[in-house]
Each structure stands twice: as structure tokens, then as C-alpha cells.
Design a protein around this ligand. Sequence first.
Ligand code: ASP
Ligand code: MG
Length: 476
Amino acid sequence: MKVIKFGGTSIGASDLFLKVAKIISDRSEKEFTIVVLSAFGGITDKLLEAIKFAGKGNQKYIDILEKIKSIHYEFLSKVVTSGNRQQFLNRINNLFIELENKLKGVFLLQECSNRISDSIVTYGEYLSNCLMVCLLKSQGKESEFYDAKKLIRTNSNYGDAEVNFAATNHLLQEWFNRLNQDHIPIVNGFTGSDENGHITTLGRSGSDYTATIIGAALKASIVEIWTDVDGVLSADPKVVSSAITLHQLSYNEATSLAVLGGKVIHPKTIAPVEKQNVPVSILNTFRLEARGTFIGRINNQNDANIKTITYLKGLSSISIFEPESKYCQIILFRLFGMLARLEIPVFTISKSAYKQSISFIVQSEYEHVFLEEIKREFVLEIEKGFISEATSRNNLALISAIGINSNFNSLVISRIHDVLENNGIKSLMFPYDPCSLNFSFIIDESEVNKTVIVLHKKFFEEYIYSKKESKVVNVA
Ligand code: ASP
Ligand code: MG
């Protein structure tokens, strides 16, 4: 049994939708296949926009809703033959009536909680899934929609819910045992529900995660994630046009990539499958002949080169200067407690040996609350001059070289330093972990493109890596 997932860009136009239906049919003929679908490209953003307008009592939400409707009705008319269309129209109409009522409620109340927002934003998935079932049925295939709301159990952190794996795995197993294997099951990605039965979402781009949660629970032979690029690339192709496709990655490398800015998969995607040793393939809907990237338990002990270069923009550094080192421990203790309490994810930390300055790199959206909390927490210490006011700097980025084999760690790092030095790129922070498979550093956001380009040149264009001989050959 396999799980295949298609993202918004893979089903963003009617001809692609037909292509995806063909891939689904072909896959299903060979092996029992569970399909996970996200919303059509751009629809989730449109729904969020409609919610925003409705919540402000602005009638513009109606225009957006009309646009969403016309996109889906047009899809129906383009992909389903007229003889078959009428029977499916009712289902689509009903979904739109529900969606319209919910948005109207938000408009009248001029308020939208995260819970209500999740229950509205998931209509993108309900609509695309419904249309795929219609299409497959109109082509004479047996297919059924299964609502992930009944299969994925989460906490109530609406917008970015945490999965309760014990409950979810049980629900999925029970569902699977009863599943009729003569038809194609279609499951909506991104969606779950909490203990009270309220709809939750798994975070933006969460359908990848839905696919691996299902694949891991049911021990699928593979989870295929179909997207709009050839797989994982050596750098963002928008920055480096010569970026190459990586044919295999370890689970660890794939997780680092997802967390450190590689947009090809959702950051939480790999964890469930890694535990069950279920492999993942990233494949291109636009280029069926491309080999894609295989992610699994692979032995890459002989790989001397790094795998990929990623970047994460929109970061800020928050620094505190503490002149009297005797208070250092207690100040650190309170700062870390504060971060845990406010649930602020920290990308990296640096602390000087002398004069006790400490800096945290966080996403810029947390900068304000972190600064305010430091001010509040340390009001007395600041007054007495034990520590300085916190200062911040934004528009920073984290560049990461992913997949460094420990045997080549110092060689790779010294090369990175050389590249930065030779190109006049100043790094603000080098968090160093000799055991890590990655090397990351902070630079000014404006230097991202230049940095990625020169690093890529050094690691992927000047050096040809010979896998057989397990060594790096300098051809420059
Ligand atoms: N439709 C959702 C989003 O746009 C989930 C997904 O695409 O995976 O974020
Ligand atoms: Mg995606």
C-alpha cells in the first residue's frame, strides 16, 4: 500500500487536474493507493483573505467567495463531461452553501476566532477533494472521499495543531481495516480535529504532513509527495538557476532541510515516517520522467560534498549585555524560562565569554513580544544597571549548508569561511556545533542571494564530487 499526495500547484489548472487523475489511476492499478490532496493553488490564501475582510465587516469577502466559486465551477465544467456533471453539482453546491453561511456569520459578528478560521479555511481541501472524486467516478473509477477530520486527532492549537499520534494511529488503523480496497480513497490534507470534534489545521502546507502521518501509521511501502519541482535541489532554483536535483537524502538531512528553509516539504513531514522507516519520494507532476528525490535510511558515509544550501529570511537578533558576570546564570535561567513560556522558537544563540553578552536569533514576528517581556521581567535589574536594555536588529537571515558528513566537517567549514571572506560577506554569528550535520550562520538579509550563489558555485560547480572514489576533485 502506498500514499500519494498532490499539492496545490500540482492541481492548479484543469489540464493538470486531469494529469493528476491519470497518475492516481495508474498508481492505483499497480498497488492499493491512498490519495491525499490539498486545495487548488492559491485557494487557501483566498479563503484567508475572505475571512479577514468578513471579520472586519467588509463586504469584499463576497467578491472573493464568488471568485473561489467560479474557479471550482469552471473546473467542474472543464474536467467532468456534461452527462456526468449534474450528479456532482449538488455536492459542490452544498459545500458552497456551508462556506457562504460561515463567512456570513463572521461578517455579521465582525469577529473570527482561530477555531472558526480553521473550519473555513479547510473548505479549499473539501472542494478539491470533492472534485477529484467526481472526476474519477466520471471516468468509471470507484473512488470515495474520507474526511481527515475523522482520522487525524490533534490538540486545539488552531492554525498549527499538534498531532496526538496515539489517538490518530488508532483511528487510522481502524479506518484502514474497514476500508474497501477495490476503490480509490481520497483524503483531504491539512485537516484534523480536536477532542471536541472541532476542525483544526496542521499549519500552512500541512498536507505533506497528513500524507506522512497516514503513511507511517499504516506502514506504507512509500509516501510520494508530488510537487512542481524535480525534487530536493542543491539550492533555491529562483536564486541559483543551475541548482541540481539531489537523488537521495537521509531522513536527518531532509528534516534539516525542511526546518532550515527548504520549502519543498513541510517542516514536520519527516518525523512520523522516520520512526517507521517508511521512505518518501519527492516527484514532479510537470515532469513525470524526472527521477525525483528519495528520502530514507541511506548510507551516505562516503559523501564528501554538502547536499544543499538553504536560507531562512525574516529573522531578528535580540541581545542583552550583562556587565556583572556573577548574575549570569540566573539571568540565563530566567531568559530561557521566558522563551519556553512564550513558546518562542529560537534558531540559534550565542554568548560571549567575556562581558557576558547574549544574543538570540528568533523570527521577526516574535521580536516585539520578546523585547517587551524582557523589559517587564528585568525591570529592577535594568533600573539598577545590572543588565542593559535589550537591543534588537532585524532583516537577518540564516544560511545553512545541509548534510555535512562528520569526516569532512572541518574541511567544509573552512571552505565556507574562505568563500565568505573572498566575497566580502560578513557573518554576524557562527553557531558552531562540531557534531552537527549542518553548518548555519547569520547574515544580513540583503546578502542572501549573493551568499547562496557563491557558496553554490564553490560546492557544486567548482568541485566535482566523485561518488565512487569518495573524494572531492577540484577542477577549478
Ligand atoms: N492548502 C493548504 C495551504 O495552502 C495546505 C497545503 O497546501 O498543504 O497551506
Ligand atoms: Mg508544499
